[in-house]
Design a protein around this ligand. Structure first.
Ligand SMILES: Nc1ncnc2c1ncn2[C@@H]1O[C@H](COP(=O)(O)OP(=O)(O)OP(=O)(O)O)[C@@H](O)[C@H]1O
Length: 469
């Protein structure tokens, strides 16, 4: 065990090492790719990013960077081979909990307004028309900050605390590289009413798998962007965010509890370019954000304060970055993404599944990719008098099924080959397949699917993700 505040090089422990955590301190640990660390809480209260650990069971962690925090003190034992482990007395959980209580107050106000509204509706059915804007709606919180500032962690903490208070917030992940409840390359939203799976750091509660799970599965709305960074194709990204916001609104319209609970939106870490601020503006407008939380960046906070303060209905707040946040380098991120793709087809380690290989005619598959950003026509380059909207290329382009697709991950869209390109560009994701082989001579292809079925006769969208078994 290390002295509080002194980081260590990591020690391995075959026989369990016992740790007594004092109130409001945290034990931070990192586990490498091929290593395992097990933790068993012996007594007291312990939580990982807001989700409580039960006393008794053994939790197993691999490829992860986490912290066990306690409000009232706890005793636990761990064993295994962490890359690093230390106790920190400088936890920021107090300020994150304050933020949670401030949001909870807004939810209570929304619930009150909703009750008032419902009473009025019952009294004056004829006068009040639906959508009059009187219904209570919980806070829509956007978390923004630089890369590796702890945005996703804060989103998880706020979600876990809200769920503990019997809320079911709509969690929105706008960071394509993370692929919440789906695969990398996606943006998604799901209403959370159950706890998250703490053994999987990059997971939000259940892997994107078709198998049985020990935590009830969420039913996310998913759109496929196809690569890690929104700046790869801002126009396509913004169009998907707009689509996702419509999907969220229609879910909230029929789910009273989720509407009162509000939204927790985890943004991608783009703040340093001009297009970063434009993107924030677009997200704030599309998703009707009313609370912007900046994390770990004073300049961002001040810039956004100037931008949004005049609009009284948007509150801009700042919270501290936790000293425990660890940078994800590119190779770590790739291994996490590989793991997510593998689990989609073969299930998580605890519930291994079989994937199915099927052979089909090349002609049975209709594949699109998103149009290149550079191909999009700017209005200044158009001949005078031409209409900008009609001159713009479509957001997606049809491509040939060729060996270039070998090993590619394709999103199966809720769109049919006969649909227009505009419809295809707006379609949400049904699932994914993995192209194993393409034989141009025999005009056949082999794909891996997570369930036993015929090749869906849908439209497929290819992105930049490949998988090699
Ligand atoms: N207090 C902590 N102790 C240990 N690890 C932590 C702590 N807080 C966050 N981490 C870890 O730090 C890493 C980065 O955090 P997180 O993913 O929340 O940052 P982010 O800003 O969302 O990153 P990105 O910009 O890549 O989206 C994660 O692996 C997370 O589990």
């Amino acid at each position: 065990m290390n002295l509080p505040g002194l980081s260590c090089t990591g020690q391995s422990s075959i026989t369990p090492a016992a740790v007594d955590l004092r109130p409001e301190t945290e034990w931070r640990f990192e586990v490498g790719l091929d290593s395992i660390v097990t933790v068993k809480v012996l007594q007291g209260h312990a939580e990982i990013f807001g989700t409580e650990l039960a006393v008794g069971p053994t939790y197993t962690f691999t490829t992860t960077k986490l912290s066990i925090f306690t409000w009232r003190g706890c005793r636990f034992e761990w064993s295994g081979d962490p890359l690093a482990e230390y106790i920190s007395e400088e936890s920021v959980m107090g300020s994150y909990a304050n933020l949670h209580f401030a949001l909870e107050k807004l939810r209570m106000q929304a619930a009150e307004k909703d009750t008032q509204y419902n009473k009025e509706v019952i009294k004056e059915v004829d006068i009040i028309t639906s959508g009059s804007g009187q219904e209570g709606e919980g806070p829509r919180v956007l978390i923004i900050g630089p890369r590796n500032s702890g945005k996703t962690t804060l989103a998880k903490i706020l979600t876990a605390y809200a769920v503990k208070m019997n809320r079911c917030p709509m969690v929105v992940s706008l960071d394509p590289k993370e692929g919440m409840l789906s695969l990398p390359g996606t943006i998604s939203a799901a209403s959370f009413s159950t706890m998250m799976d703490i053994e999987e750091e990059e997971s939000w509660g259940s892997s994107a798998t078709t198998g049985p799970m020990h935590i009830p599965p969420k039913n996310p709305a998913v759109y496929y962007f196809g690569s890690d960074s929104p700046t790869d194709n801002i126009r396509f990204y913004k169009s998907l965010v707009s689509r996702l916001s419509l999907a969220i609104s229609s879910r909230l319209a029929v789910d009273h509890k989720a509407r009162i609970s509000g939204c927790i939106i985890d943004a991608a870490g783009i703040i340093d370019q001009k297009e970063g601020y434009d993107l924030i503006d677009a997200i704030v407008a599309d998703l009707s954000v009313d609370v912007v939380v900046t994390i770990g960046n004073e300049r961002l906070y001040n810039d956004l304060l100037k931008r949004y303060q005049p609009r009284k209905q948007i509150a801009v707040l700042k919270v501290q970055r936790s000293g425990g946040v660890v940078e994800h380098d590119a190779s770590y991120m790739r291994s996490i993404q590989r793991q997510m793709i593998k689990q989609y087809f073969y299930g998580p380690p605890k519930t291994a599944l079989s994937a199915f290989t099927i052979t089909a005619d090349i002609s049975a598959m209709t594949v699109y990719k998103r149009s290149e950003q550079s191909h999009l026509v700017s209005s200044s380059a158009l001949p005078i008098g031409s209409d900008e909207t009609t001159a713009m290329l479509s957001l997606v382009t049809k491509i040939e099924v060729s060996p270039a697709l070998q090993n590619a991950i394709l999103a199966v869209l809720y769109a049919s080959p006969g649909d227009t390109e505009d419809d295809i560009a707006e379609a949400s994701v049904m699932g994914f397949v993995h192209v194993l082989d393409i034989d141009e001579v025999k005009k056949k292809l082999k794909v891996l699917m997570p369930i036993k079925a015929r090749l869906p006769s849908q439209v497929y969208l290819v992105g930049s993700y490949h998988y090699l078994e």
